[in-house]
Structures are given as C-alpha cells and as structure tokens.
Ligand binder design. Sequence first.
Ligand code: ZN
Length: 479
Amino acid sequence: MTIQDEIYIYNSLTRQKEKFVPLHAGFVSMYVCGPTVYSHSHIGHAKSYVSFDVIVKWLRHVGYKVRYVQNITDVGHLLGDDDGEDRILKTARIEQIPPMEVAQAYMRSYYEDMDALGVARPNIAPTAAGHIPEQIELIKMLIQKGHAYEVNGSVYFSVSSFEGYGKLSGRRNQADLEPGTRIQVNPEKRHPSDFALWKRADPTHLMQWNSPWGWGFPGWHIECSAMSMKYLGETIDIHGGGIDNQFPHHDCEIAQSESATGKPFVRYWIHNNLVTVKGQKMSKSLGNFVTIKDMLKQYAPAVLRFFILQSHYRSTLDFSDEALAAAKNGLQKLSETYNRLRHSPIGQATLDLDPYRRKFHAALNDDFNTPQAIALLFDLAREVNTTLSCGGFCEQDKSKLLDFFHTYARNILGILPEDKPIIAGDSAVFSKVMDLVLDIRNAARAKKDFATSDFIRDRLREAGIEVRDTKDGSTWRCI
Ligand code: ZN
C-alpha cells in the first residue's frame, strides 16, 4: 500500500517542521517514555498519552505499520536528577508494602485510566526491572568505548566524551555554567553534569541486582536507550515524551545511545507540553494535583479527550472547572448532531464529504493539528443540522456521513462515545413506559389531535425509537 498523505512533524531536535520520512518505507518505529509507577496518574499524563494516542492512530490510519513501544519505569527514577530516594521505594515505605507491589498496583491503575480514556495499548510495554541485563550490557559497552567510568561501584556517563551532549534541549552550556547552583555535586563525578548509569546500592536497599560493578540498580535514563534499541533498533523514527523530560532525560538518552552505536538515535523528537491549573504549574506541593480517576468521576472520558485535543499538543493546556464545563457543552453539541443524524429519516439531500475529508487530513498531517480537525467537525455538524431541518439525507450519503463521524471523531480522536444501547436498565419497565406513551398518543389520535400525536412520534424518533401505525394498532422499535 502506498501512503498518499504527506505528514509534517515539528522536530524538537531541529526546532522546525519537517516532512516525515521513516527509515523504512511504510513502517514507523515509535518510542514514548512511559510513566514511573509510584502514584495514580494525573491529567498531565492524560494529555501526554492521549496526544500520542492520536498520533499513533493517525499514522496507522494513513497506512503506516506502527510498532509503538512505551516503557514502564519501575526502578531507578529518583527524586532528584540522579540523587535522592527512588520514587517507588518512597511509596513502598509510606504504604508499607514491597516495591514490586507498588509498581504493579500503580501500573494496573495507569492502564485502567488509559483504557477508560480509550488510549490504545502500546505494542510492547517493557519494564525497566525486567531489562536489567540489557542495561548492564549497554553500560559495559559505554565503559569499553571510553564514554563511562566506574567509581566505588557506581558508573557515570562522561558528558565531555560526547560532543553532542545537550543538543536537544540546548542546555549543555547552562549545565556547564550551573554546577555550583545545583544540589551538592557528587564528588564521585568527574564533571558535575556527568550522570549515573548504574548506582551502587547499600545492603538495605530493597531493589538491587548483581552487576560487574557489584550490587546496585540502573540510573533512570539508561532504561529507555536499552529498551528502545532492543525492540526498535539502533535508530528509531519517533521518540516522544513530555517537554519536562527534554532535559536531562532525553539529552542523556541521546548521549548514551549515540555514544554506544555511533548512529543517530532518533529521527523525529516529539514533545508534548504541560498541563497548568488556573495558570499555575501542577504539583503535589501546591495542592492542585488532579488525578485522572478523580476527573473521570465528574466527566465522561470523551469530554476529557475533547478538552485535551481542543488545544495543540505543543501548547500548554490550562485546566479549570470552567474550561471542562465548556468542553462538556461543546462536545454535547457535536454528539447531539451525530445522534440527530443517526435517527434522521431518509430523504433526498446529498452532501459532498470530499472537501471535509481533505481538510481533516490536512489538519492532522500538519503536525497533528487536532484543534483544527475538531473545528472542521463542527463545520460539518453545522451543515448537517441545516440540512436535517429541511429533511433527511439520501440513504447513501447518510451512511457515508455516519461513517465519517465513526472514523474521524470516534476511532481517531476518540471524542465520540460508543452508541449506547437505547434501552438501558430494566427493559420490562421501559416497555411499560413505552406502552403508556403509545396509549397517550393513541388517545390523541382518537380525538384527531394530530399535532400531539405527531409531536410524540417525532420526539421518539429523535430518541432513536420508531413508531409504526398499522391497522392492528401502533408498534415501536429501536432504530
Ligand atoms: Zn525515557
């Protein structure tokens, strides 16, 4: 299958939009940094993974075969850059459960949230703790090639050994100038910006493995290099993550990977912007931390996706109850049009969907511009409403329109919920209510009050129920 669409991606590495050309025609290798599973996921995670979900779905829709890898960090992500307590161990200490139980519980919680949000699971979801040998091998190679050194059972990457260190974030110089301003410089490091590949563990440390350098655990950055190379090869097409991970995490990934292989690590870097809460950075200490679980108690998953995708992935997204309420109203209008169309009678009207399809593709091909794609769906909804006020679409165009909504609004953007079965709850009670409604309608017909009987028939049709009048009486069915 040849791919017609030309996709342009803003590459954070070159700081410009570039035409997307994968390394192997028709195939995309994509890695996105996954969560560190030490607490429930928050709306920042929702923004990031919903955005990448649309990117993956779009690439697949236009015909690429995508292998999507997203890791689970269950060891090595410390509270500081590479110092301080391991995040998983901190929760284990507070909740008084083993670290593996913390990781598994919050990994399940993460997937629960992602499933609820309709985020497609990655093809491969490797865990850091499950790939210790791969990380050790990579560290050994870096020592052999003179890019890393061992001190007292810990191994550090030597940033001065890699010419391009900091090329992604542009922060190399800043890091050089700032050593004194950071938390106390680790005396084992030859240069203050050197970072840990392997950390020596004291005997009481709960997560440790044997290595050529003694018992210890991997640094945070090395897992992504080791696992992306293992599953996607030495050079990958797309690497995604939150913009807050650009430095140091992604610059460290580049340094390790390119020093080990001598090849470019990533062709296109995609960075997703942050969520703010009423203009402020979201953080636990500010008390404005909103979990996905709490959000989903108040809003349907489609509302949350709609809210996220209404802004571009590279823009910050400001969260507030007012903004969510506005998103809910907006989405409701779109759903109403869709349901109106679904239940509309067949008529004569036609609609040429080609311009809409072209514009939808143009929006997503332009660096995955979801706000523009959503605006286009509203333009379409307006045209549909105008037509439906004067009669229905012909059978062929109605089915094409429904298909358009299913493909773009439901399958790709994920903002149109699944069609609910019309009878929810107790169907026996529902039948009795329907008998009552039809009795009222028949009473109106008997009195020749056709305005009322037609009103009831039309309103039922809008709700997805068709009434048929036969010589034996009136019947109803769900349509
Ligand atoms: Zn990563």
